[in-house]
Design a protein around this ligand. Structure first.
Ligand code: ZN
Length: 140
């Protein structure tokens, strides 16, 4: 028996970040959205329409790991280095590019398919700012 198929839904969520670099756990926000969508099986695309923010999937159990991520990315792209892009946020562009602006997730049994320790983060690299998050929920 096949389930009724609805059209894909696109959601616009507004977020506010509070520091220059921040890893905001959006897992429960997304889970709620999937639940409300009524989609039992499908695909979820999470997209940050920004050049200095990104979407990360990783462990959300130990908050220390967020500091380790921030330190690791700071080593890759130090804030005070001389860059050709000289508006003062080149490090944020580079950090966002390393993590990526979007992630694709699977929906199974009406829930996001995530590993036991996985969570989803909105990564801010040039905050604090008002940000947007685009989420597309596509039924199979
Ligand atoms: Zn810039």
């Amino acid at each position: 028996m096949t389930e009724p198929k609805g059209p894909a839904q696109t959601h616009l969520l507004k977020l506010e970040t509070r520091s220059r670099v921040e890893f905001k756990d959006i897992t429960s926000l997304l889970e709620k959205l999937i639940q409300q969508s009524g989609v039992a099986s499908g695909t979820c695309v999470v997209f940050a329409p920004h050049t200095t923010a990104a979407i990360l999937i990783n462990e959300n159990d130990d908050p220390h790991l967020q500091s380790d991520f921030a330190n690791f990315l700071e080593q890759l792209a130090p804030r005070d280095q001389n860059y050709l892009h000289s508006d003062g946020n080149c490090d944020a562009h580079l950090k966002a590019a390393v993590i990526g602006a979007s992630k694709t997730l699977m929906i199974e049994g009406g829930k996001l398919l995530l590993g036991r320790w996985q969570g989803i983060f909105f990564c801010e690299f040039d905050g604090p700012r008002r940000r947007e998050l685009r989420v597309k929920v596509i039924p199979d």
